[in-house]
Design a protein around this ligand. Structure first.
Ligand SMILES: Cc1cc2nc3c(=O)[nH]c(=O)nc-3n(C[C@H](O)[C@H](O)[C@H](O)COP(=O)(O)OP(=O)(O)OC[C@H]3O[C@@H](n4cnc5c(N)ncnc54)[C@H](O)[C@@H]3O)c2cc1C
Length: 374
């Protein structure tokens, strides 16, 4: 979910967020609003500020099989702002590819939303699983997410997805949703339905957020999964805006839910080893022949910062930065897409793609530099 929408939506009441696209029904039957507690919002109540990038790929998540030395690597990363929502569905696809190799001893690299769900699904498919990861919850990037059901949030750019991606997305989305149903009603509410409110004044703009980039939207394919939002009649709500609407949304309480996933994995005999990989060739040290790569994203800026601020030697920096990060990022795909857009006559989109990626890349590198300078 978008943080600006969230902040806009919590202006008055103690709410968990607001719906981005609200469909107003023709004749809604509006239940009375519950008593909404005013938010105690003060600057001195901000106890922590964190910065985190969504692991975005213009073409959508990478779900390919690759040979690296004697290992079969199944990639499962790059889910933008939809990683939690799509995790079960995406990991089902990755696990199917991994189990097709015929090996029962499998390594998963990464212990975020994608690594944990891959590992649990592998166990359920009969595999013995070890997770190797630099961090585990609550340190992982996944722990910084909002925790909303947002299955197509920044999942890809409209013009960059393969023709079969929308159908794959729908399959992943439905699989995930049904898996989340099985977490409803558990003690501690790791997953629950919560009310969301959207507030807005300008009727022409509506509650919808305008994105700078042309992100792909697929929600219409799964309208049947979640309830519709209803605009609240004027005078029936306590908000200081001209318009307000209410929706119910699936919410992941990330702290409790990720702890639940870690426990589920360990209870089934899974092992987690703290390891940091620096080059793909280090995979050869693993005993397992099949590896699911669920490492999210990797910040080149962090490595550059190590070199600048901590006298990190130059040669490993070049190998790590240009080699590993170069392989991880999608620069070649991005370059190809830019040329393709230009060739197709969409020069303004090609220019936007070029500038947008460069700006985002520079911002990511700056964040990594800042982190490394601490
Ligand atoms: C601000 C924000 C809000 C979001 N809100 C939502 C939301 O409301 N709903 C939603 O569905 N999604 C949301 N997302 C997106 C979602 O959080 C991500 O898509 C998802 O968490 C990515 O999970 P991951 O497992 O791929 O990556 P990560 O959580 O980054 O996990 C990567 C794992 O790989 C390990 N790793 C990485 N590199 C190495 C290495 N070299 N060696 C060893 N281990 C390594 C890490 O230690 C970690 O364990 C949000 C994201 C952000 C940033």
């Amino acid at each position: 979910m978008n943080r600006r929408d969230f902040l806009g939506g919590i202006a008055l009441a103690s709410l968990t967020g607001c719906a981005r696209r609200v469909r107003t029904a023709a004749a809604p039957s509006i239940e009375p609003l519950p008593k909404l507690m005013p938010i105690r919002a003060d600057l001195d109540r901000i106890f922590r500020v964190t910065v985190c990038l969504r692991p975005f790929r213009a073409a959508g998540p990478r779900l390919e099989v690759e040979r690296v030395g004697d290992k079969t690597v199944v990639h499962n990363y790059g889910h933008g702002g939809s990683g939690w929502s799509l995790s079960w569905g995406s990991s089902s696809v990755a696990v199917e590819k991994a189990m097709a190799v015929g090996e029962k001893d499998v390594a998963v690299i990464g212990c975020g939303a994608l690594g944990l769900t891959s590992a649990i699904l592998l166990q359920r498919a009969g595999a013995k699983v070890t997770i190797y990861a630099k961090e585990r919850p609550p340190e992982v990037r996944s722990a910084r997410a909002t925790g909303s059901w947002t299955p197509d949030s920044r999942i890809a750019l409209t013009n960059s997805v393969a023709p079969d991606f929308p159908a794959l997305w729908e399959k992943m989305c439905r699989t995930s949703f049904h898996m989340y149903e099985s977490y409803l009603g558990m003690a501690g509410n790791p997953v629950e339905w919560t009310d969301r409110y959207a507030l807005w004044d300008d009727e022409r703009a509506g509650p919808e957020r305008k994105d700078a980039l042309d992100f792909a939207r697929f929600q219409n394919r799964v309208r049947d999964l979640t309830p519709r939002g209803h605009e609240l009649p004027p005078g029936s709500h306590p908000f200081p805006t001209r318009h307000a609407s209410r929706n119910s949304s699936l919410t992941f309480n990330i702290a409790g839910y990720s702890r639940q996933l870690v426990n589920d994995f360990l209870v089934e005999g899974g092992r987690i080893e703290r390891t940091e990989f620096h080059t793909p060739s280090e995979l050869s040290q693993l005993t397992q022949k099949v590896v699911i790569n669920a490492t999210g994203s990797f910040a080149l800026g962090f490595l550059t910062g190590l070199a600048l601020y901590h006298a990190f030697p130059k040669t490993p920096k070049v190998i790590l930065g240009t080699g590993l990060c170069g392989a991880y990022t999608t620069f070649s795909t991005f370059t190809f897409e830019t040329v393709r857009l230009a060739e197709d006559g969409s020069s303004s989109e090609a220019l936007r793609n070029l500038l947008g990626t460069l700006v985002v890349g520079a911002a990511a590198a700056a964040a990594g530099l800042a982190l490394a300078s601490l």
